[in-house]
Design a protein around this ligand. Structure first.
Ligand SMILES: [Zn+2]
Ligand SMILES: [Zn+2]
Length: 176
Protein backbone atom coordinates (compact mmCIF):
# COMPACT_ATOMS: atom_id res chain seq x y z
CA UNK A 1 0.00 0.00 0.00
CA UNK A 2 1.19 3.45 -0.94
CA UNK A 3 1.27 5.65 2.15
CA UNK A 4 0.57 8.80 0.16
CA UNK A 5 -2.19 7.36 -2.02
CA UNK A 6 -3.64 4.57 0.11
CA UNK A 7 -6.59 3.98 -2.22
CA UNK A 8 -4.52 3.23 -5.31
CA UNK A 9 -4.13 -0.53 -5.55
CA UNK A 10 -2.24 -2.74 -7.93
CA UNK A 11 -4.44 -5.22 -9.80
CA UNK A 12 -1.77 -6.93 -11.92
CA UNK A 13 -2.58 -10.25 -10.23
CA UNK A 14 -6.23 -10.04 -11.40
CA UNK A 15 -5.92 -8.80 -14.97
CA UNK A 16 -6.89 -11.39 -17.60
CA UNK A 17 -7.28 -14.09 -14.98
CA UNK A 18 -10.95 -15.13 -15.16
CA UNK A 19 -12.45 -15.82 -11.75
CA UNK A 20 -9.70 -14.01 -9.89
CA UNK A 21 -10.87 -11.79 -7.03
CA UNK A 22 -9.33 -10.06 -4.05
CA UNK A 23 -10.65 -8.38 -0.92
CA UNK A 24 -9.08 -5.15 0.35
CA UNK A 25 -9.77 -3.04 3.43
CA UNK A 26 -8.17 0.37 2.88
CA UNK A 27 -8.05 3.25 5.32
CA UNK A 28 -6.79 6.78 4.83
CA UNK A 29 -8.08 10.27 4.31
CA UNK A 30 -10.16 12.04 1.68
CA UNK A 31 -7.70 13.94 -0.51
CA UNK A 32 -9.95 16.91 -1.35
CA UNK A 33 -13.04 18.47 0.17
CA UNK A 34 -16.43 17.45 -1.19
CA UNK A 35 -19.73 19.17 -0.61
CA UNK A 36 -23.37 19.12 -1.61
CA UNK A 37 -25.27 22.26 -0.55
CA UNK A 38 -23.92 22.94 2.95
CA UNK A 39 -23.01 19.33 3.74
CA UNK A 40 -19.26 18.95 3.67
CA UNK A 41 -16.77 16.10 3.76
CA UNK A 42 -13.66 17.90 4.93
CA UNK A 43 -10.27 17.34 3.35
CA UNK A 44 -8.47 14.80 5.52
CA UNK A 45 -11.78 13.32 6.72
CA UNK A 46 -11.28 9.63 7.41
CA UNK A 47 -12.16 7.34 4.51
CA UNK A 48 -12.46 3.58 4.77
CA UNK A 49 -13.00 1.47 1.67
CA UNK A 50 -14.00 -2.17 2.01
CA UNK A 51 -13.89 -3.67 -1.46
CA UNK A 52 -13.82 -6.86 -3.50
CA UNK A 53 -12.04 -6.47 -6.84
CA UNK A 54 -12.84 -9.07 -9.50
CA UNK A 55 -11.51 -9.76 -12.92
CA UNK A 56 -13.90 -8.87 -15.77
CA UNK A 57 -13.28 -9.26 -19.50
CA UNK A 58 -12.97 -5.50 -20.02
CA UNK A 59 -11.03 -4.83 -16.85
CA UNK A 60 -11.84 -5.27 -13.17
CA UNK A 61 -15.02 -4.61 -11.20
CA UNK A 62 -14.75 -3.03 -7.75
CA UNK A 63 -17.72 -3.60 -5.41
CA UNK A 64 -17.91 -2.54 -1.81
CA UNK A 65 -18.60 0.22 0.66
CA UNK A 66 -16.97 3.56 1.41
CA UNK A 67 -17.30 5.08 4.88
CA UNK A 68 -16.58 8.67 5.85
CA UNK A 69 -17.84 11.56 7.98
CA UNK A 70 -19.83 14.65 6.93
CA UNK A 71 -20.52 17.87 8.79
CA UNK A 72 -23.24 20.45 8.16
CA UNK A 73 -25.46 22.98 9.90
CA UNK A 74 -28.57 21.23 11.23
CA UNK A 75 -31.65 21.96 9.08
CA UNK A 76 -33.81 22.55 12.17
CA UNK A 77 -31.59 24.21 14.80
CA UNK A 78 -28.65 25.40 12.65
CA UNK A 79 -26.26 23.87 15.20
CA UNK A 80 -23.41 21.63 14.08
CA UNK A 81 -24.46 18.25 12.73
CA UNK A 82 -22.08 15.43 11.88
CA UNK A 83 -22.41 11.78 11.07
CA UNK A 84 -20.43 8.76 9.98
CA UNK A 85 -22.04 7.24 6.91
CA UNK A 86 -21.41 4.46 4.43
CA UNK A 87 -22.34 4.14 0.81
CA UNK A 88 -22.20 1.17 -1.53
CA UNK A 89 -20.63 1.17 -4.96
CA UNK A 90 -19.98 -1.16 -7.86
CA UNK A 91 -17.94 0.15 -10.77
CA UNK A 92 -15.95 -1.11 -13.72
CA UNK A 93 -12.35 -0.08 -14.19
CA UNK A 94 -11.56 -0.58 -17.86
CA UNK A 95 -8.39 -1.32 -19.81
CA UNK A 96 -9.70 1.00 -22.50
CA UNK A 97 -10.04 4.73 -22.24
CA UNK A 98 -13.77 5.47 -22.23
CA UNK A 99 -14.48 8.66 -24.20
CA UNK A 100 -17.86 8.90 -22.47
CA UNK A 101 -16.18 8.78 -19.06
CA UNK A 102 -18.57 6.08 -17.86
CA UNK A 103 -15.91 3.70 -16.65
CA UNK A 104 -12.80 4.33 -14.59
CA UNK A 105 -9.34 3.72 -16.02
CA UNK A 106 -6.79 1.06 -15.12
CA UNK A 107 -3.46 2.90 -15.24
CA UNK A 108 -0.14 1.08 -15.06
CA UNK A 109 -2.05 -1.93 -13.68
CA UNK A 110 -3.40 0.11 -10.76
CA UNK A 111 -6.87 1.45 -9.93
CA UNK A 112 -7.69 4.46 -7.76
CA UNK A 113 -10.56 3.44 -5.48
CA UNK A 114 -10.95 6.95 -4.10
CA UNK A 115 -12.50 7.91 -7.47
CA UNK A 116 -15.46 5.55 -7.08
CA UNK A 117 -15.73 6.26 -3.35
CA UNK A 118 -15.95 10.00 -3.98
CA UNK A 119 -18.61 9.65 -6.63
CA UNK A 120 -20.73 7.34 -4.46
CA UNK A 121 -20.33 9.67 -1.45
CA UNK A 122 -21.30 12.77 -3.44
CA UNK A 123 -24.50 11.08 -4.66
CA UNK A 124 -25.47 10.15 -1.13
CA UNK A 125 -24.59 13.16 1.03
CA UNK A 126 -27.68 14.38 2.92
CA UNK A 127 -29.15 17.62 1.55
CA UNK A 128 -31.10 18.43 4.71
CA UNK A 129 -29.13 16.96 7.59
CA UNK A 130 -30.22 16.94 11.22
CA UNK A 131 -28.00 17.08 14.32
CA UNK A 132 -30.27 14.35 15.66
CA UNK A 133 -33.56 12.79 14.56
CA UNK A 134 -35.01 14.17 17.79
CA UNK A 135 -33.80 17.74 17.18
CA UNK A 136 -36.49 20.18 18.37
CA UNK A 137 -35.30 23.03 16.17
CA UNK A 138 -35.74 26.74 16.78
CA UNK A 139 -38.88 28.43 18.11
CA UNK A 140 -40.58 30.08 15.11
CA UNK A 141 -41.56 33.05 17.31
CA UNK A 142 -38.49 33.92 19.36
CA UNK A 143 -35.77 31.87 17.66
CA UNK A 144 -34.66 30.12 20.85
CA UNK A 145 -32.99 26.72 20.41
CA UNK A 146 -35.65 24.40 21.82
CA UNK A 147 -33.01 21.71 22.42
CA UNK A 148 -31.87 23.90 25.34
CA UNK A 149 -35.33 23.75 26.91
CA UNK A 150 -38.68 25.48 26.47
CA UNK A 151 -38.65 29.16 25.49
CA UNK A 152 -40.90 31.90 26.98
CA UNK A 153 -43.39 31.42 24.15
CA UNK A 154 -44.19 27.95 25.45
CA UNK A 155 -45.72 29.48 28.60
CA UNK A 156 -48.33 31.49 26.63
CA UNK A 157 -51.47 29.61 27.68
CA UNK A 158 -53.35 29.35 24.39
CA UNK A 159 -52.78 30.22 20.78
CA UNK A 160 -55.69 32.06 19.19
CA UNK A 161 -55.59 29.74 16.18
CA UNK A 162 -56.37 26.81 18.44
CA UNK A 163 -59.04 28.82 20.25
CA UNK A 164 -60.77 29.33 16.90
CA UNK A 165 -60.59 25.62 16.27
CA UNK A 166 -62.13 24.83 19.67
CA UNK A 167 -65.31 26.65 18.63
CA UNK A 168 -65.69 24.18 15.77
CA UNK A 169 -65.35 21.14 17.98
CA UNK A 170 -68.56 19.28 18.78
CA UNK A 171 -70.00 20.02 22.15
CA UNK A 172 -68.96 17.63 24.86
CA UNK A 173 -72.06 18.25 26.92
CA UNK A 174 -74.00 15.07 27.60
CA UNK A 175 -77.24 14.67 25.70
CA UNK A 176 -80.47 14.68 27.66
ZN1 LIG B 1 -30.55 20.33 15.30
ZN1 LIG C 1 -40.12 31.02 21.57
Amino acid sequence: MDAVRPFVVNVADLIHRPGARRHELLTGQISEEMHVAETVVAPNAPLEIDVVIEEASEGVVASGTAKTVWTAPCRRCLGPATSVFSVEFQELYSHHVDPEGETYPIRHQTIDLELVAREAILLDLPLAPLCSEACRGLCPSCGADLNDGPCPCATVPSDHRWAALNVLLPTTEPEH
